[in-house]
Every structure is written in structure tokens, then in C-alpha cells.
Design a protein around this ligand. Structure first.
Ligand SMILES: N[C@@H](CCC(=O)N[C@@H](CS)C(=O)NCC(=O)O)C(=O)O
Length: 108
């Protein structure tokens, strides 16, 4: 069996971004192995060419799943929901759309 594609989530170095946190939680809820890479927004790292090659928006979060790169937290959340089975939240187990359930749960 081939090794699973590596997953890297680019987040802000201060861990202040609620957008990055949303994507982080989506991955944690799925229980998949991933690593984070911090981007120093204060130092303008997100405006450098290296990050520009990684992220279409130049913002955090950006997900890299085996070379498939995706920016925008809501798009990442939806992608993670579709790419990986299951949900760690019991209330999501019977929901058709775990991501939407998650957002609904977070709002209550
Ligand atoms: N709509 C985006 C917003 C992402 C966003 O604004 N991220 C901020 C950090 S909270 C950022 O990267 N700011 C750097 C900049 O815009 O220059 C999403 O949902 O991912």
C-alpha cells in the first residue's frame, strides 16, 4: 500500500488567525496525520515569492495535500470533509455534511 500523501497546513506564526484555526480543527477532527508550517506575517513572509508559490492568496491558511494546494479556510474545510472519511465528533456521525454540522455545532 502506498504511503498516504503528506499534509501540510500553513498557519500564522502567532496562531492568532481564526481562519487558520478553522482549517486546523477540521484536520484534527478527522484524525489525519499532518504537520503545520508557520508563516511569519509580521515579518512579511507571506509576501515573499516562496510563499506565493505555495498559496494562491498569499494568506493563511493554505493546505498542501501531496502537492495539491488550496487556500481559503472554508474551501479547505469542505475539502478536508470530502477527502477524509469520518468525523471525530459523535454528533457528526450521522450527519450528511460533517463540515456544516461542525459549523452548526460551533455556533451553539
Ligand atoms: N478569507 C480568508 C481570510 C484569510 C486571512 O485573512 N488570513 C489572514 C490572517 S487572519 C492573513 O493571512 N493576512 C495576511 C494578509 O492579508 O496580508 C480565509 O477564510 O482563509
Amino acid at each position: 500500500m502506498p504511503a498516504p500523501a503528506p499534509i501540510t497546513l500553513h498557519v500564522d506564526a502567532n496562531h492568532f488567525s481564526p481562519y487558520a484555526m478553522s482549517a486546523y480543527v477540521a484536520l484534527v477532527e478527522k484524525g489525519v496525520a499532518f504537520e503545520t508550517r508557520t508563516v511569519d506575517l509580521d515579518a512579511g513572509e507571506h509576501r515573499r515569492a516562496a510563499y506565493g508559490a505555495t498559496s494562491a492568496t498569499g494568506r493563511v491558511p493554505t493546505l498542501d495535500h501531496g502537492g495539491f494546494r488550496l487556500a481559503e479556510s472554508s474551501a479547505i474545510d469542505e475539502y478536508v470533509d470530502e477527502a477524509f472519511p469520518g468525523c471525530t465528533r459523535p454528533t457528526c456521525a450521522s450527519a450528511r455534511w460533517p463540515g456544516r454540522c461542525r459549523r452548526g455545532c460551533a455556533a451553539t
